[in-house]
Ligand binder design. Structure first.
Ligand SMILES: Nc1ncnc2c1ncn2[C@@H]1O[C@H](COP(=O)(O)OP(=O)(O)OP(=O)(O)O)[C@@H](O)[C@H]1O
Length: 640
């Protein structure tokens, strides 16, 4: 394709006559990219990176620059790569990264796909295909364009996962069968038995399931099974992406292990769980972890919970650090929101067409009758066993209505979702505002919940009852999709703070008001607090205050002057709430046109609630959410 494409299309470009001072318009950009930037598809940074790569590699074709800029944009939006054929559709949907900017409503001068692909493949900027040169900054593989570092991370995951699925570990069938039945004896435990046997036999297990299907319980009992078959000296690491999720995992797994130990009089050593970063040996002054391919983790088993939140680069680092003969158990709900960073690896591993392996046959030999069969879903689940994927399907915790609601959202069934929400009842309700976003006086129930939760938290905090304050903090949480704007965290957190002050009659304004809920926004080694941890300021009983974090049964106290970056947490994004649950949840939806409004967002929000979820949003917004699954491009779902 000739390099004059840019000039040729200039007069037709959206925004070509727009204000030259518009900050979205990159300085010095060629006409083609400037047009995409003016339309809001690319940012100045996307354009600058692409043009700089062009300078460094001697590439001046603007269509190649466009492909590279779209690969940078894709990463910003959480994709690993961009599929050029799909790029026009994705651009028309707007960017989840900049949800407040409307999607472009102008026709963009997309290059002809065949010519574009040819230009990209012969470019000195790009490596062509899997076997292309290793020193190019961008790579094209089967229509997908990657920034090379993400391609390399994807290859690490692909190769390691494939290697882990080859061959089975040496475990005695009869001993395994006995151990599994001893730990999972119930008639409904079939999938949990399969999960434990898979973890014993395979170096990769992917344990999935909706909320309350017994994933954490399975992890604990699976560890007991592994100790039974491999000996009590087994070195087990538990990890999760956030400190809060790690604390919950540790508490739940040890409680179940202690219960099992009581049953069998075994002495079970308690396990500790850490964040994934801490497990790998995160060092603030280095871009590398202490554990990597040259200095592997010592563990025989690594269990990674909330794996839907793990990014592609982080999973690649875990796989790098794991001994090849160690077992990896990934646990999570692939229907939830993916990592805030790049990739949706759990979903990709579940959706991947697995090569045919020995595992299902061996599972059938160890656990005859437990391998699923019958319904189409069972047949799909049986096929997924080739990839080490076990899906738990029996809900053990959820109230029936909440479970049905979560399931309708997961299935993309807008009619049922709306019907269940409108039916109301003790578990779910819908508040439909008159306008696009609700006015404060349209949500009296929310105001009551926020006020009463704040009053409970403040009363416990004033009494110096840290555990009680942390417990009360989980009574209700307001969740939103956006940070800014009329349906954003900023506006609603300020409102919630006012409602709490009104409910408690407390207008204390000092830097650390007693009862203020806190969200940690940075990792901090000295206090051990992690980004995403939540806590509350409580009285220390001696006229001072202290910040309480952790679970009510394992409270950690930190003096305010030692706190890392924190912010008040009267409301938070749905993303931030992942890994936590609350008795009641209110989710306030953005307008139907928001690109952040997705099925995964609503599903994640609904499944944060233990007893009641209130959805605030128009019927259009609910439908838009349910009917729009997140699309994150990645090559992991394909054969290469
Ligand atoms: N096989 C089982 N039989 C009976 N009850 C079970 C079984 N497995 C788990 N449970 C119970 O179901 C409830 C939910 O289990 P668990 O917390 O393990 O689910 P989960 O999938 O980890 O949930 P979440 O994703 O919400 O953390 C717990 O009370 C647990 O004791």
């Amino acid at each position: 394709m000739s390099t004059d494409t840019g000039t040729h299309v200039r007069s037709a470009l959206p925004g070509a006559d727009a204000d030259p001072g518009d900050p979205r318009r990159p300085w010095c950009a060629g006409a083609l990219l400037a047009g995409f930037a003016a339309a809001g598809v690319l940012t100045s940074a996307d354009v600058r990176v692409a043009e700089r790569l062009g300078e460094l590699t001697g590439e001046d074709d603007p269509t190649v620059h466009l492909a590279a800029a779209l690969a940078v944009r894709a990463v910003r939006a959480g994709s690993v790569c961009v599929d050029l054929a799909d790029a026009p559709t994705l651009a028309a949907e707007g960017s989840g990264d900049e949800p407040d900017a409307p999607p472009p409503d102008v026709a963009l001068p997309w290059p002809d796909l065949v010519e574009w692909t040819a230009a990209v493949r012969r470019s000195p900027m790009l490596a062509d295909g899997v076997d292309g040169p290793a020193d190019r900054p961008v790579r094209w593989v089967d229509g997908r364009v990657y920034l090379d570092r993400y391609w390399r991370d994807e290859q690490v995951v692909r190769r390691d996962v494939d290697a882990r699925l080859v061959g089975l570990l040496d475990v005695d069938d009869a001993a395994l069968r006995a151990a599994v039945h001893a730990r999972f004896g119930g008639p409904q435990d079939s999938r949990q038995r399969l999960a434990a046997a898979t973890a014993a036999l395979s170096r990769l297990t992917v344990l999935t399931g909706g909320p309350g299907t017994g994933k954490t319980t399975t992890v604990a009992r699976l560890v007991a099974v592994l100790r039974d078959v491999a000996g009590p000296g087994l070195r087990v690491a538990l990890a999760a992406p956030t400190g809060k999720a790690a604390a919950r995992l540790q508490e739940a797994v040890n409680a179940e292990l202690a219960r099992l130990a009581g049953e069998t009089a075994d002495a079970a050593a308690p396990l500790t769980a850490s964040t994934v970063h801490r497990l790998l040996g995160w060092r603030p002054s280095s871009t590398r972890f202490a554990h990597d391919r040259t200095h592997r983790l010592p563990h025989d088993v690594v269990v990674l919970d909330e794996a839907s939140m793990v990014s592609l680069p982080l999973l690649a680092r875990v796989l790098d650090a794991l001994r090849p003969d160690a077992r990896l158990v990934l646990v999570g709900d692939p229907d939830q929101l993916a990592s805030v960073e790049v990739g949706a690896v759990l979903g990709d591993l579940v959706a991947r067409p697995p090569a045919r392996r020995m595992l299902p046959a061996r599972l059938a030999a160890v656990l005859p009758g437990d391998v699923p069969g019958g319904s189409p879903a069972d047949v799909r689940d049986a096929a997924a066993l080739h990839g080490g994927v076990v899906r738990l399907v029996v809900p053990h915790r959820f109230g029936h209505d909440l479970g049905a609601l979560a399931d309708a959202v997961r299935r993309g069934d807008g009619d049922s979702t709306l019907a269940l929400l409108r039916a109301g009842g003790p578990h779910a309700s819908l508040v439909e505002p008159a306008g696009v976003t609700p006015a404060d006086d349209e949500v009296p129930g929310l105001r009551l919940d926020v006020g009463s939760t704040g009053a409970l938290v403040t009363a416990a905090a004033r009494a110096g009852d840290a555990a009680g304050a942390l417990e009360a903090l989980n009574a209700h949480r307001l969740l939103l999709a956006h940070r800014r704007g009329p349906a954003g965290v900023r506006r609603w957190a300020a409102l919630a703070e006012r409602w709490v002050a009104e409910a408690t009659g407390d207008h204390e304004h000092g830097p650390w008001p007693v009862g203020r809920p806190l969200l940690v926004t940075a990792n901090d080694r000295t206090t051990g607090l992690s980004n995403g941890d939540t806590g509350v300021i409580v009285s220390d009983g001696a006229g001072g205050v202290v910040a309480a974090f952790g679970e009510p049964r394992a409270v950690r106290l930190v003096r305010p002057h030692r706190l890392p970056a924190v912010e008040p947490v009267h409301a938070m994004t749905v993303h931030r709430a992942q890994g936590s649950q609350f008795t009641g949840v209110t989710v306030l939806l953005p307008p139907a046109s928001s690109p952040l409004l997705t099925r995964e967002l609503l599903y994640t929000a609904v499944t944060r609630a233990r007893e009641h979820v209130r959805v605030v949003g128009s019927a259009d917004a609910v439908r838009a959410a349910v009917e729009r699954p997140v699309r994150r491009a990645s090559g992991l779902r394909f054969a290469r």
